[in-house]
Design a protein around this ligand. Structure first.
Ligand code: SF4
Length: 444
């Protein structure tokens, strides 16, 4: 049962020191009661208070941060079963495996790929997140060498995967303050793994094949002082993963089993069809996905799917309003106005690039709505266009005063002319026809 704010307040240290980010202990207690804050934010809570407040006060799925610095990422803190109910907030980290059977050069090549490979899609730069270093040999020396090879090009989150606590201990010394995720604690070894996680400030994978077993194990780890954990369901098939990851999400967000309120870990290399496992993991609740390095088509598919699933369905993807250049436009170049719905922008930009006619794109702020919708909703209007021309200094960039507007904005042409004193040319409705339009109609 979730605790009430006043009950929680009684257990807080009441220093009102603001270190948790809240102005008073009472406001922090209210946030805890609403599941919108994490106990760890208060450094003064004693162990007794922590064990009483425990998993019932934090967000239904705990936020767990992996790595440090620019490429660190956070997972968890999700609230819904279906994306269309609200949105999914924290995309899964996708980690490429390297093994301690590989040479330093091979390991460096994978690490460099994770670091540098970028897919640019609808204005966003999509990257993989880190490396997972597998102790295939089972030996301490080979594992330490492999981890050292990754560390040379480090700066990325890491997963250390080994059944040998000595190998993990040797590797963790090399990881400095990068705080990797270590895999995996089981009912047999969890005390040893918790001690390592505590000593090095790591996050911990907990592995158990039953939900009851997982819930018990997270509780046992919390009692050892380790609550930054992710759940490995040790699934034998994709169907098994699907049914149990769904059950975990349901039990966690309803707070029926708070001890299952942690992000889920998926080792896609355990399945014959790795691409299918990654896709399933992205769609169905995996927060950390470990995979062998992907081919280019699979990499593109995984990054694209992740971007799509973790885009807020209630907010269209938007461009920043402004004046954008296609090629190197001069003073006589056409100026095409359109809306800041990303798909409109990138579709038009693609066709404009293929015309090889340098031009300006004036992007106005319709809050991400398409041309047709924004005209119908009154978001796209003459004052918006007039203000954008002024704000983005279009008059200083060109010597003419002609503005091409989208075909679907034709009803606004007269009002835009009046408000701006620019001559308005109504462009085609279909962006694919913009090349022919410019060739036939554009005269500065
Ligand atoms: Fe109160 Fe702890 Fe927050 Fe300080 S950090 S204001 S003691 S809840």
């Amino acid at each position: 049962m979730p605790l009430k704010a006043l009950d929680i307040y009684k257990l807080l240290p009441k220093k009102n020191c603001k270190e948790c980010g809240d102005p008073t202990c009472l406001t922090f207690a209210m946030k805890l009661a609403a599941g919108k804050a994490d106990l760890d934010l208060c450094p003064y809570l004693d162990d007794k208070a922590k064990s009483v407040l425990g998993a019932t006060t934090r967000p239904p799925i705990k936020l767990v941060k992996l790595g440090v610095g620019e490429r660190s990422f956070s997972v968890g803190e999700e609230f819904v079963l279906y994306r269309h109910d609200k949105t999914f907030y924290h995309p899964p980290g996708i980690m490429f495996t390297v093994s301690d059977t590989q040479s330093d050069e091979e390991i460096a090549a994978v690490t460099a790929r994770v670091k540098d490979e970028t897919l640019t899609r609808v204005g966003a730069e999509l990257k993989f997140n880190g490396t997972a270093i597998v102790n295939t040999t089972g030996t301490v020396e080979a594992y330490a060498r492999a981890v050292a090879a990754v560390e040379k090009t480090a700066g990325l989150p890491e997963v250390l995967i080994s059944d040998n606590p000595q190998a993990l201990a040797a590797a963790l010394v090399l990881c400095g303050s990068y705080r990797p995720l270590i895999s995996a604690a089981t009912p047999e070894n969890y005390k040893q793994m918790c001690a390592l996680a505590k000593q090095h400030g790591c996050r911990l994978v907990v592995r158990e094949p039953t939900l009851e077993g997982l819930a018990k194990l997270t509780k046992d780890c919390a009692a050892e002082g380790v609550s930054n954990v992710v759940l490995d369901l040790a699934s034998k098939s994709l169907g098994d993963y699907l049914s149990r990851s769904t059950a975990i999400r349901q039990l966690a967000i309803t707070r029926e089993v708070p001890d299952l309120g942690y992000p889920v870990y998926l080792d896609a290399t355990a399945f014959e069809d790795q691409d299918a496992a990654i896709a399933l993991g992205i769609v169905k609740y995996a927060s950390v996905i470990v995979t062998s390095p992907l081919s280019q088509p699979s990499a593109k598919a995984a990054l694209t799917l992740r971007q799509n699933i973790y885009t807020d369905p209630q907010k269209p993807i938007q461009m920043n309003p402004g004046l954008y250049r296609v090629g190197t436009p001069g003073k006589d170049a056409p100026v095409l106005m359109t809306v800041n719905f990303s798909l409109t922008y990138f579709t038009l930009q693609g066709y404009l690039e293929s015309t090889r006619i340098p031009c300006f794109m004036l992007i106005v702020d319709t809050e991400g709505l398409s041309v047709l919708t924004s005209v119908a909703a009154g978001k796209l209007n003459e004052s918006l266009v007039r203000d954008a021309i002024k704000k983005f200094g279009v008059e200083n960039e060109v010597s003419h005063r002609k503005l091409i507007i989208p075909g679907y904005a034709a009803p606004l042409s007269g009002r835009i002319e009046e408000a701006t004193s620019w001559k308005v040319l109504v462009g085609p409705r279909d962006a694919a026809e913009i090349g022919d339009f410019l060739v036939q109609e554009w005269k500065p």
